[in-house]
Write a protein that binds this ligand. Sequence first.
Ligand SMILES: [Zn+2]
Ligand SMILES: [Zn+2]
Length: 260
Amino acid sequence: MLVDSHCHLDLLDLTAFPGGLAGVLDAAREQDVTRFLCVSINLEHYPGMHALVERCAEISVSVGVHPNERGGHEPTVAELVDLAARPGVVAIGETGLDYFRSEGDLEWQRERFRTHIRAARQAGKPLIVHSRDAAEDTLTILREEGAAEAGGVMHCFTGDREMASKAMDLNMHISFSGIVTFKSAHELMEVARGMPLDRMLVETDCPYLAPVPHRGKPNQPAYVRYVAEHIAALRGESFEQIAAATTRNFQTLFNLPAVI
Ligand SMILES: [Zn+2]
Ligand SMILES: [Zn+2]
């Protein structure tokens, strides 16, 4: 059994699969991927996303506003806490900082990140953290806001060993996407090779970032298997070991029952 700990099922082209979402899940099951966390990027899409997956017991959801989203509804702590209490919601996010795709004074992004951390602490739910070109500020804000109390995951991790270790000190897990399979990702492969297995997760972040051998094509949850297989090879461990550990970590972090 394997988990896709971060996917955007509502952003997939469902017409490409027989039966739509059912076809996506069938394709995943064929690769032993049987549990999914569908991640929110804004509150406008959130009701549709939740409606799409709410009848599927194997799909959990998060609630939050992505750092690259601008101009939409700006959530308050109380709103996020309220939404997080609804059935199937296991996490707050994705939230964080993205200095790669945003310009100018990004204080609004940092404020929004703080709001999510406060909500996670109040709701008692872990954080899904997106961090791009903003390692130092991400860690500083996690520390200042006491994010360790909520715990969480650095999703689609692209940092170095030092950042991984500092994030783990703040009670964060490290999640690897298809990027770890890219030939040029030497530093990231080093992180995957050297980090403790009990803090590791795997994800697709689909429809983005398809792993090798599907790089450049639309991604889907089934492909998280390539991520896990690649990490197993890097570490000289079996696929089953990586699958079992990342599944266990997912269940513990998001407080889910052990078996579907
Ligand atoms: Zn992200
Ligand atoms: Zn994402």
